[in-house]
Design a binder for this molecule. Sequence first.
Ligand SMILES: [Zn+2]
Ligand SMILES: [Zn+2]
Length: 326
Amino acid sequence: MIPRMPPQEARLGFIYSAPFRIQGVSVAGEQAVVHVPELDLVFDIGLCPRPTLASPTVALTHAHMDHVAGLPYWFSQRFFQKMPGTARCLAHPKMVEPLRRMMASWVDLERQKTPHEIVPIEPDSDFQLRPNMAVRAIEVSHTTPALAFVVIERRSKLKDEFVGLSQERLRELKSQGTEITRTLEIPLIAYTGDTEMGDFLLRDEFVNAKVVITECTFFEDEHRDRAKIGKHIHVEDLRPLLEAWKAKDVVITHVSRRTLIPFARERIEAIAGAERAQHVHLLMDHRSNRARHESQVAAVENAAGNAPSTDAAFVETDAASAETDA
Ligand SMILES: [Zn+2]
Ligand SMILES: [Zn+2]
């Protein structure tokens, strides 16, 4: 008997919520890594799928092995592959020293230094990703110090009292030192990390985020205690959250391996209703996500008069339509 070939490696889950690609692998206790190329950001780095090397920043929610194990390898590979930009990991201030010690021990093991930055991010503070975009840390409640992250875009908007004035008048006001604009904060993507239910998940940043990526580890009724002990979200906790969050898409991660996808879908529909559930996606539900992606591609092709689609056309068209929605 010839033995069977080994199973293929875990495929990346993929959800396109215009204009963002949300891709990664997330299975409770095994690995959690969610990459958003459009933000140049990786949330957690449980293992190190190759596409994550393209982005220079990891926002680490907490230091459980399933979230942090890929970090030294990610730093090392980014250096080895000569990726541009200094690789950095944003982490809870209480985790910074242990993470630095972990990286230092790799120097002893490898007899070489891998460039890296471990950057503390205080709860309720922002780290600037681009001139108009920052990631904010929000303290959550888990069995280790833990953060959620929200990526926030800042847009300056004309103050209401100046709307309708001529450009000339506005320039004049500005030159006299009048502040004619105010800054709007638009939460783009919120990521819970591992946490139990808490009011922090009902903060404005979460309520108004365009996309929420949330853990939901347990779905069985008899696992409510386990969720409480491990400080994780149980599907019942999602009931008020899905009501409060205005996100057009909610992406569920960190589902335990023993939970069957159809059962999880059933439970989500039961608590959210069929209509809302259509906008709640399981990152690792490859079959549904592939069907959804195919229908997204088909819709763009139809709109373009059956012209052959390219990736660029796909992203542009959808981004444009997202803007008119907003
Ligand atoms: Zn975890
Ligand atoms: Zn954890």
